[in-house]
Design a protein around this ligand. Structure first.
Ligand SMILES: Cc1cc2nc3c(=O)[nH]c(=O)nc-3n(C[C@H](O)[C@H](O)[C@H](O)COP(=O)(O)OP(=O)(O)OC[C@H]3O[C@@H](n4cnc5c(N)ncnc54)[C@H](O)[C@@H]3O)c2cc1C
Length: 349
């Protein structure tokens, strides 16, 4: 079969691979029909929102569905705005429009690329907030038997960059909509260190927080249209208190945070300690301002070039600190998602 549909503009790493077929779907019926048709042909199927969390290694020998299923329904109770949002909506536009319509709470999650449907998968988060703070349910469909299920908040098992949707039981399902609840009594969330400056303003508005965060993000994170990237390549690791104490003695400035009674360490700091900031290999660069971001600097690199640098970072950090980073980005080969442990293997000393 010919593989000549370009994925180049459909992934933010700007990788120039192709797929056998790419189809934009606007409703559930169309999605299920096309999915079943390609599954019958024994071809792999992949759904994408904005392609901002995937790394294509090769051409994809199957169907890529681009989710354009749109629609937002809002109702209110005395205390909350309840939003039911279809998964093909754009996340940032949702944040912007809620604020415009005086529905507040999502401002800390401004400018995170991607679709609404992908947002719960890794529990998107930034600036001290994450989707789990608002998400009440996630609706999913099995495109083969068309069975729809509502997964309530508790069952979503949201954690740092993780949820039940990342795991095997739900991998054959497609997220079709989500439910968010936003309190009518707005309280600014300024706990995150980068928002410290705003704390002195007692009259701060959600719009001001939104603008401030958009400005910081634009300065810190390169626009993928200029240099391909997928935001943070690795997750921040959790470490044992024993290792935390040991590291604190050697590096008193080490950025360790406490989250849910666990110690979380900045992966960017670890990568920086290994002198990777600004490092270039085969047109792929570790961002000079934020070591967690890997850039397709030449916009000509292959997925393999990016993966090779990521593995080098993983091994170097692992050997130096005995901390083995976990990729946040999904790695996709010709047939679908690959378990990262296939490429990222702990080296035993
Ligand atoms: C510049 C930049 C900055 C970023 N900053 C942040 C940040 O601050 N915080 C953060 O958490 N993330 C961040 N990210 C990562 C990314 O924005 C999120 O992971 C986002 O949710 C991905 O959405 P997407 O629609 O692009 O997903 P895609 O890349 O299209 O898909 C990601 C995965 O989800 C699957 N998928 C997509 N849609 C569905 C669906 N409807 N049902 C089931 N599976 C589906 C895909 O098959 C794929 O496996 C950043 C990325 C970039 C490029």
């Amino acid at each position: 079969m010919i593989c000549n549909y370009s994925l180049n503009k459909l992934n933010t790493f700007n990788i120039k691979n192709n797929a056998i077929k790419i189809i934009k779907v606007k409703n559930l019926k169309q999605l299920c029909q096309i999915w079943k048709k390609y599954k019958k042909k024994k071809l792999p199927c992949l759904i994408l929102g904005k392609g901002s969390n995937v790394l294509f290694l090769n051409n994809f020998y199957g169907l890529v569905v681009i989710n354009k299923i749109k629609g937002i329904h809002i109702n209110e109770s005395s205390k909350y705005w309840n939003l039911h949002i279809n998964s093909g909506e754009n996340w940032h536009k949702l944040v912007k429009n809620t604020i415009k319509n005086k529905i507040y709470g999502l401002e800390n999650l401004a400018l995170i690329p991607g679709s609404v449907g992908s947002a719960p998968i890794q529990n998107i988060g930034a600036y001290g907030s994450s989707i789990k703070d608002f998400c009440q349910y996630v609706d999913i469909i099995n495109p083969i038997n068309q069975k729809i299920q509502r997964i309530n908040k508790k069952k979503c098992k949201f954690k740092y960059r993780d949820s039940i949707f990342k795991h095997d039981d739900y991998k054959n399902h497609i997220i079709i909509s989500i439910g968010l609840s936003l309190s009518k009594k707005w309280i600014p969330n300024l706990n995150y260190k980068d928002l410290k400056k705003l704390r002195t303003n007692v009259n701060i508005t959600p719009q001001q927080i939104f603008n401030y965060i958009c400005n910081i993000r634009k300065k810190k994170i390169p626009n993928p249209k200029i240099y391909g990237n997928a935001g943070s390549f690795f997750k921040n690791p959790f470490i044992s208190s024993k290792l935390g104490l040991k590291l604190l003695k050697i590096y008193p400035q080490i950025p360790i945070f406490i989250e849910n009674n666990k110690l979380k360490l900045s992966a960017g700091w670890l990568i920086n300690q290994c002198k990777f900031k600004g490092y270039i290999q085969n047109g792929v660069m570790v961002h000079s301002k934020q070591a967690l971001i890997i850039l397709n600097k030449s916009n000509n690199a292959t997925g393999m070039d990016i993966l090779k640098l990521a593995i080098k970072i993983y091994n170097t950090v692992g050997i130096k600190f005995d901390i083995w980073l976990e990729p946040e980005v999904k790695i996709i080969n010709s047939y679908g998602e690959v378990n990262p442990s296939f490429f990222f293997k702990k080296i035993k000393n």
